[in-house]
Design a protein around this ligand. Structure first.
Ligand code: ADP
Ligand code: MG
Length: 235
């Protein structure tokens, strides 16, 4: 039974602390974070600028090294993990950032193919098919060969959603993905993340300032000054 419970927790952090800088400039960014994310859940991480949201997201996403405390991701302890193990874990995650981070010289399809390729070796043909399917899911079937410069902000962020979800990552980590979007595009992007995540059983951790997103969450965590000050279950 214990194993079942363990498997349902894709992320478990205990006593997580994090510091930046050294000497006099050393500053603590996270304090004693305890956090559990259930498989398939959609969690929103809120909090003012500078409260530690990105730091927490990047620690869970294996994008920076855990200094103190424990973080178990899909059953693997990240504190002390080798770079090779972190890279392997990172390949099972999908990332979306505030700025879409698409390659300007590549088409929508080629950008999404890069998302396929990080997850492992796939033939060009299969990668292209997977990319086209993912772009179809985000409503961009008619934009497969467009470059980012010819897409709207909302469309670019939908390409980024397709790139993050292609190849079925276990978990999607999104850092203020709607910050640069107007209200309707922001709602589209969040609804896509929510719907596609639910269909696939993907766990989603989404950082946002955006109050409009809150009613989409299963759970809202609020960070302030590096501490989780509130956990709200949304029914
Ligand atoms: P948020 O994403 O909530 O805006 P961050 O996690 O980016 O907050 O930052 C938390 C704190 O850590 C802030 O005080 C920020 O200045 C500091 N910080 C973040 N990244 C770095 C860094 N690379 N070097 C030094 N300080 C940093
Ligand atoms: Mg941030």
């Amino acid at each position: 039974m214990a194993n079942t419970i363990e498997r349902d927790r894709i992320v478990e952090a205990r006593g997580l602390n994090h510091w930046f800088g050294s000497g006099d400039a050393r500053k603590q960014a996270l304090f004693d974070i305890d956090l559990t994310l259930e498989r398939g859940s959609f969690t929103v991480l809120m909090g003012p600028s500078g409260s530690g949201k990105t730091t927490l997201l990047t620690l869970i996403g294996c994008l920076r090294a855990v200094q103190d405390g424990t973080v178990r991701l899909m059953g693997h302890e990240l504190n002390g993990a080798s770079e090779a193990d972190l890279t392997a874990l990172r390949r099972r995650l999908g990332f979306i950032f505030q700025s879409h981070n698409l390659h300007e010289s590549l088409t929508a399809t080629q950008n999404v193919i890069m998302g396929v390729q990080v997850r492992g070796r796939v033939s060009d043909k299969l990668a292209r098919q997977a990319a086209a399917r993912a772009l179809g899911l985000v409503g961009l079937s008619d934009r497969l060969d467009y470059r980012p410069g010819n897409l709207s902000g909302g469309q670019k962020q939908r390409v980024a959603v397709a790139r993050a979800l292609v190849g079925n990552p276990a978990m999607v980590l999104a850092d203020e993905p709607t910050a640069a979007l107007d209200k309707d595009s922001a709602a589209d992007v969040i609804d896509l993340l929510k719907r596609l995540g639910a269909e696939r059983g993907t766990t989603t951790l989404l950082v946002t300032h955006d109050n409009r997103i809150l009613d989409r969450a299963d759970r809202i965590l609020t960070l302030e000054d590096g501490r989780i000050v509130a956990t709200t279950e949304v029914s």
